[in-house]
Every structure is written in structure tokens, then in C-alpha cells.
Design a protein around this ligand. Structure first.
Ligand SMILES: Cc1cc2nc3c(=O)[nH]c(=O)nc-3n(C[C@H](O)[C@H](O)[C@H](O)COP(=O)(O)OP(=O)(O)OC[C@H]3O[C@@H](n4cnc5c(N)ncnc54)[C@H](O)[C@@H]3O)c2cc1C
Length: 409
């Protein structure tokens, strides 16, 4: 029996793991990577620390729990940690299961990958952009933009999505997949900053503080998160917002009105806040808010309550104005008017439709011998190590399956 020749297009997280796995399963493996180095995106993950998995990963952390279920059970976070531990990465588990290398350096992941690729004698062809694959009977020909082409028994498309294209993932994998008959679910940036329609952004710009945030659609709470929020002149960001952004943009793209609801006061009741105002009747309204909310919110929230003068005495407010102000402290809504672009996004929602991929092997259901891994597929997870976990899990399944006996006629 001859060894399979496997070509992996894309030397990112999932492609590298697929290549190592295929080679460990006796395949002949080459990686084709457009950049001059592999793993450029890995370097920027987790703010340079690489949150490479999450010990609490569940299928519910992904857009398609059913599809990811098998892969996450086979190559689960524990297996990810022991895979990397064997390569030299000691895992450090932080809050909410977020796991980093003990060295706190994303470059450690690249270093151990480079060592392992070399040790296994895996060919890495850099500065090579694949743009077309042709299936000929039971083999594939992969064409590069520079005129070269390579023959393989199996091909793994690991080209990533469109998020942060300067790292190499510019969506070219979708075009290659389309040429081979695959359906592409429309893509949009996810884990991304949101643009808000608000006249107060100028006042709020620069605020960074913890808050409880809800995503509101049809007056229903769709998702609730708490943590830091950060206002900019375009809108809002921060870990809480990234977590809400996927659902927000999915609805927004369907022309739905979606709101970010900020709960500025959560430790005391509305009744207590009312009582506080009753005690401050002779104080200016802006002063009456000091000690309750961050000072930088004050001028905007007073304007939003339709109170013209910031220094109006509390006793001179109409009942309507006071009620509105109190309600805003517990429910301040901002209409979402879009998101930042792929340049600013951490992942891509949408991609190669999973309906045409076998979740047990990552093999195409329509082109035998062709596999997909990582973000190029219509799979995305929450922020917190879940997306890299999917890259490893899917890379493992594809690498193992692609190394198996040639049956792609
Ligand atoms: C700023 C930022 C921070 C992030 N932080 C985290 C984090 O801490 N934890 C986490 O879990 N996830 C994080 N992610 C998401 C995570 O990095 C990705 O989900 C993951 O890298 C996807 O792996 P992949 O193999 O599918 O694609 P990628 O890692 O994007 O790799 C794709 C590779 O294919 C190459 N390529 C593309 N097209 C071609 C072509 N036509 N020919 C040849 N080569 C090609 C690219 O150059 C690239 O090297 C972050 C993302 C960003 C942008």
C-alpha cells in the first residue's frame, strides 16, 4: 500500500494540526502557505498570548452544535492540552476556562510547531498562493498563482475565513471551494466591534468600564453578558460586545432592528434610586448622579432624558423627566447600525456550508478526497479559545482521515 500524498492549503492553526496528524499517520504531506511564514494569525491571538483552548468548551459555544459535536468529543480541550504539552507547551488555565501557554507567548506555539514540522520532515512551501484545484479521476491538481502545480491524492482546504485579512486569510478558500461545487453560506464579520446610532458617542468616547449588557430584539433579551465595555466614536466594543456581536449582526443583516441595552445600575433597586433623588431635591441633576454612575456618562444620559440644562435642580424636573432618567439608568438602549469590517474582526461567520461536509471526517460529501478545516467552514465560536479549539479538532479529524487508504474515485 502506498502512502497518500496530502496537500494542505493554508499553514494556519487548523492546517498545521492537520499536516502533523496526517504525517503521523504515515501520509506524505506538504503545506502550501501564501505568507513567508506559517501561523501569522496565531501570533496575534489572545492579545499575543494565544488563548489556545478553553477547558470548559461545550458544543453550545458554537453556531452549529450538532456539526461540531463529534470533532470536539474526539479532539477535546484535554486532548488539545496534552497534544501541546507533548510539544513543550505547559497550559495555564485562567478565568472561565481560558487556556494559554505558561510562557504567555503566542510565538511559543509557532516555535513548537516549526520544530515538529521539521522533525516530521513535512514540506512547507511558503509564498505560494493556491487559486484552483482540479479533480482528475482519483487525484487532485493544485494550481498556484505563480504557475506551479502539485499533484496529490488528498487535499485539505485550511485557508481560514476573511477576518484580519492581513494575516493571510482573505477568503480565497471560498472561491476554490465554490469551483468544486460547494455552497458558501454568506459571510460576515463576527466577534467584532459594533457601530451604534447615537448622538452621544462624542460624549461617551473613551469610557471603559464594566457593565451589564443585553442584546434586544423585538423587546426580548436575546443574549446577556457582563464585563468591560468600551465606547469609541463609532460605537462600542469590549469583550461583552464581541460576545454579542455574532447574534447582533446576524439579525442586523436580516434587516432587523437590534439594540444594545446598557444596565448602568444593577446593585441597587429602582426604588432605592428614586429614594436617592428624593433626598437630593435641592441638588443639580448632574451632581445627583455622582457616585452612582461613571461621571463620563452623566452629560449624555441627562440629554437622553430630554433635560435641557445639566444643572437643573432635581426638584425642578418634571415627573416625566425624572422617570425617564431613572429608567435610563436601568435600561439605556442604543440602536445597532452595523459593525466594523473584517479588518477588525476576530472571526468569520458563514463559509463553506457544513451540509456538504461529513462531521466525522471533515471530508466533502460531494468531492471525495477533499477536506475542510477551521474557519473556512460555516463554523464560528464564542470569544475565549473556542475558535482555535475548533481549528485543532477539525484539523485532527481531517489529517487522520486524509492519511487513510486512497478511496477517492
Ligand atoms: C485578532 C485575533 C485574535 C484572536 N484570538 C483568538 C484567541 O485568543 N483564541 C481563539 O480561539 N481564537 C482566536 N482568534 C480566532 C482564530 O485565530 C481563528 O479562528 C483560527 O486561526 C482559524 O484557523 P484556520 O486554520 O481556519 O485559519 P487561519 O489561522 O486564518 O489560517 C489560514 C492560513 O491559510 C493561508 N491561506 C489563505 N488562503 C490561501 C491560499 N489561497 N493559498 C495559500 N495559503 C492561503 C493564510 O495565509 C493562513 O496562514 C483570533 C483571531 C484574530 C483575528
Amino acid at each position: 500500500m502506498k502512502n497518500n500524498k496530502v496537500i494542505v492549503i493554508g499553514g494556519g492553526a487548523s492546517g498545521i494540526l492537520a499536516a502533523i496528524t496526517a504525517k503521523r499517520n504515515q501520509a506524505d504531506v506538504a503545506i502550501i502557505e501564501r505568507n513567508s511564514r506559517i501561523g501569522k494569525k496565531i501570533l496575534v491571538t489572545g492579545n499575543g498570548r494565544c488563548n489556545f483552548t478553553n477547558s470548559l468548551t461545550s458544543v453550545l459555544d458554537y453556531n452549529n452544535p450538532e456539526f461540531v459535536s463529534y470533532g470536539l468529543s474526539v479532539f477535546n480541550p484535554q486532548r488539545t492540552m496534552s497534544f501541546f504539552n507533548e510539544l513543550g507547551i505547559v497550559p495555564k488555565i485562567e478565568n472561565e476556562g481560558k487556556t494559554y501557554p505558561l510562557s504567555e507567548q503566542a510565538s511559543s506555539i509557532i516555535d513548537v510547531f516549526l520544530y515538529e514540522l521539521k522533525r516530521l520532515n513535512i514540506e512547507v512551501i511558503t509564498e505560494a498562493i493556491a487559486f484552483k484545484i482540479i479533480k482528475k479521476r482519483n487525484e487532485f491538481e493544485v494550481f498556484l498563482e505563480d504557475g506551479r502545480s502539485f499533484i496529490a491524492d488528498k487535499v485539505i482546504i485550511a485557508t481560514g475565513g476573511k477576518a484580519m485579512p492581513k494575516t493571510g486569510s482573505d477568503g480565497s478558500g471560498y472561491e476554490i471551494a465554490k469551483m468544486l461545487g460547494h455552497k458558501i453560506v454568506p459571510v460576515f464579520p463576527a466577534l467584532v466591534k459594533l457601530k451604534l446610532d447615537s448622538p452621544y458617542l462624542r460624549h461617551l468616547e473613551g469610557i471603559k468600564m464594566p457593565a451589564i449588557v443585553e442584546l434586544i430584539h423585538n423587546d426580548q433579551v436575546i443574549q446577556k453578558e457582563s464585563g468591560d465595555v468600551l465606547f469609541g466614536n463609532y460605537g462600542i466594543s469590549g469583550p461583552t460586545i464581541l460576545q454579542l456581536s455574532r447574534k447582533a449582526m446576524d439579525l442586523f443583516n436580516k434587516n432587523q432592528k437590534v439594540y444594545i441595552k446598557l444596565i448602568l445600575v444593577s446593585q441597587i433597586s429602582k426604588k432605592d434610586v428614586r429614594e436617592r433623588f428624593n433626598q437630593s431635591m435641592n441638588k443639580p441633576v448632574d451632581f445627583s448622579l455622582i457616585g452612582l454612575i461613571n461621571k463620563r456618562y452623566i452629560s449624555a444620559i441627562i440629554k437622553e432624558a430630554k433635560i435641557d440644562k445639566q444643572n437643573t435642580l432635581v426638584k425642578d424636573l418634571t415627573e416625566k423627566q425624572l422617570n425617564k432618567l431613572i429608567n435610563l439608568l436601568f435600561d439605556w438602549r442604543f440602536l445597532i447600525k452595523g459593525s466594523k469590517s473584517f479588518h477588525d474582526a476576530q472571526v468569520t461567520a458563514g463559509g463553506v456550508s457544513t451540509t456538504q461536509i461529513d462531521p466525522m471526517t471533515m471530508e466533502s460529501r460531494i468531492v471525495k478526497g477533499l477536506f475542510f478545516t477551521g474557519e473556512v467552514m460555516d463554523i464560528d465560536g464564542r470569544c475565549g479559545g473556542y475558535n482555535l479549539q475548533w481549528a485543532w479538532s477539525s484539523g485532527y479529524l481531517a489529517g487522520e482521515s486524509a492519511a487513510k487508504e486512497n478511496d477517492n474515485d
